[in-house]
Design a protein around this ligand. Structure first.
Ligand code: ADP
Ligand code: MG
Length: 254
């Protein structure tokens, strides 16, 4: 118990540190990005210099992505709005269409319309994007994704507004037992240079902020490989619409 508490504190501190670092780094980063952009479009550079500039630009872009990911959901200056989960999910799937096609993935989506929760649409969008990206990256060409958004009743109390459940399942390589316990740690990745290990950490931060929870099922068995990740939001009654109540506390990790 105590050890868990220490871990919570440690990760919360890490989150806050990341957020303030990201904030401080953003401006100089933008300046460097702009300078490199100008250099890239400056035609009189010798060949070798050009390739160095390109390398610098792509590495700076990588740093930018990391900074953006860790900063984006740590904003306290806004109030939550009613957002339509189905709409956000559909938007996200549309943007991913090109990626799905490139990886030759068969994607089936079952989306129940008009499930609204009170929250931050762009953050939820980012959480969904991160999960979709992980599914795509884990699944070899020709694989399948099943995406769903459902609503279900609270089995113990039928008078409750129920639970929204968003699931992204893939037929990818699965998650090993050793990896499982570390998935939500910041910077934990099995993708070496291609990953930054912030995806699930950010997802958890966003979901926790919206009072939801995450479940992961996975198998690395040859016969039935794959991973399913669900986000669950308990809904709350509010007028005619069932909405989930977010909290304003930001907690990172578990
Ligand atoms: P990154 O994608 O940059 O590696 P994430 O935090 O998004 O960072 O994911 C952490 C790790 O969790 C991944 O490196 C991968 O090992 C594992 N993982 C996440 N989603 C999946 C998935 N759908 N299938 C298999 N492994 C996954
Ligand atoms: Mg990821």
């Amino acid at each position: 118990q105590e050890e868990r508490l220490r871990k919570v504190e440690k990760l919360a501190a890490a989150g806050q540190l990341a957020a303030s670092l990201a904030h401080e780094i953003n401006n100089p980063l933008a300046a460097v990005t702009n300078a490199l952009y100008i250099l890239q479009n400056y035609s009189e550079l010798p060949e070798e210099t050009n390739s160095l500039v390109n390398t610098a630009a792509s590495e700076i872009a990588r740093v930018s992505r990391i900074v953006k990911q860790s900063l984006s959901y740590y904003r306290v200056d806004r109030s939550p709005k009613e957002v339509d989960l189905a709409q956000i999910l559909e938007e996200s799937l549309r943007i991913f269409e090109e990626k799905f096609r490139k990886s030759d993935l068969q994607v089936r989506a079952r989306i129940r319309p008009h499930i609204t929760i009170l929250g931050f649409g762009d953050e939820i969008r980012q959480a969904i994007d991160n999960l979709l990206l992980n599914a795509v990256e884990a699944t070899p060409k020709g694989g399948r994704l099943a995406v769903s958004l459902r609503w279900s009743r609270d089995r113990k109390d039928e008078s409750q507004p129920g639970i929204a459940r968003l699931t992204i399942a893939d037929t990818g390589l699965g998650i090993s037992r050793e990896q499982r316990s570390r998935l939500f740690e910041p910077f934990f990745t099995t993708k070496a240079e291609k990953g930054n290990g912030l995806g699930l950490w950010v997802v958890r931060g966003i979901v926790t902020k919206h009072e939801g929870s995450i479940r992961i099922w996975s198998s690395t068995r040859e016969s039935c490989r794959g991973t399913a990740v669900s986000i669950l939001w308990p809904l709350q009654q509010k007028g005619a619409a069932a909405v989930a109540q977010p909290v304003n506390v930001v907690a990172h990790g578990k």
